[in-house]
Design a protein around this ligand. Structure first.
Ligand SMILES: *Cc1c(COP(=O)(O)O)cnc(C)c1O
Length: 243
């Protein structure tokens, strides 16, 4: 019998993350299954992603359209890809065409990109696409994310005018340097409460995507249903090779 392959560092790290997610979920009175872990693989090579896939993980996230377009066809079709972060409307068509297994866009922050996504899903004859609306919870000037006060209006637009999109919840990155504070998470919770009140639905209907490598346990304890974890699984990113 062949000697068992040595487990890759990313797989070992994934297992540790899943354990910490489970404990945090239990501390918040939930189960590990109630929290989705998006393994954010941006800048990481396909073979490393494949190791994490082979260990049983299925949900991966990318933040650059071109990179996702290159990687997705080299990896199994049953991966649920999440596009995380701001998406430019002029890249929607290429993204949806190249990645039929794109499961969710976490980063809709204006009507224009919502409309382009809606139309493109229809043109391509795809199933409705899940989207989360990105909220700027930092109170600082930022190029991405709607202001909390504009959140209800954008959600209503997606719900009423974009029949090919499934509004799934709200997402935040936190501060401009990608760290988060409990105030960021609280703001996102408040936004969800407002949205649910305006639409007359239960808060459990909509997800909260908050928490990254440095703060996912705290985010889960505050009610996150979707954490986006990159460097704690895949190691620090090296941007020097990026154009
Ligand atoms: C890169 C990225 C993450 C993951 O960040 P880590 O701190 O490495 O976990 C999460 N969300 C978005 C939008 C990202 O771009």
């Amino acid at each position: 019998m062949a000697a068992p392959a040595v487990e890759g560092a990313a797989v070992t790290a994934l297992r540790a993350v899943m354990h910490r997610v489970r404990l945090a979920a239990e501390r918040s009175g939930r189960r590990a299954d109630d929290v989705r872990v998006v393994a954010v693989s941006k800048t990481k090579p396909v073979p490393v992603i494949a190791q994490v896939y082979d260990a049983g993980h299925r949900c991966f996230g990318e933040n650059y359209v071109q990179e996702l377009i290159e990687k997705a066809p080299q990896l199994p079709e049953d991966i649920e890809w999440h596009f995380v972060g701001h998406l430019q409307s002029n890249k929607v068509k290429a993204l949806l065409t190249a990645v039929p297994n794109l499961d969710m866009v976490e980063g809709v922050d204006n009507e224009k990109v919502a409309n382009v996504l809606d139309r493109t899903v229809s043109t391509l004859g795809r199933q409705p696409l899940k989207v989360m609306i990105q909220v700027n919870t930092s109170g600082e000037v930022s190029k991405s994310g709607v202001e909390p006060s504009e959140c209800v209006e954008l959600v209503k637009h997606v719900q009423l005018s974009c029949s090919n999109l499934n509004f799934s919840g709200l997402m935040t990155i936190g501060m401009p340097d990608y760290t988060s504070t409990p105030e960021n998470f609280k703001t996102l919770l408040d936004c969800r409460a407002q949205v649910c009140k305006a639409l007359g639905v239960a808060e459990s209907q909509y997800e909260l995507s908050m928490g990254m490598s440095g703060d996912f346990e705290q985010a889960i304890e505050m009610g996150s249903t979707n954490v986006r974890i990159g460097s704690t699984i895949f190691g620090p990113r090296d941007y020097s090779k990026k154009k």
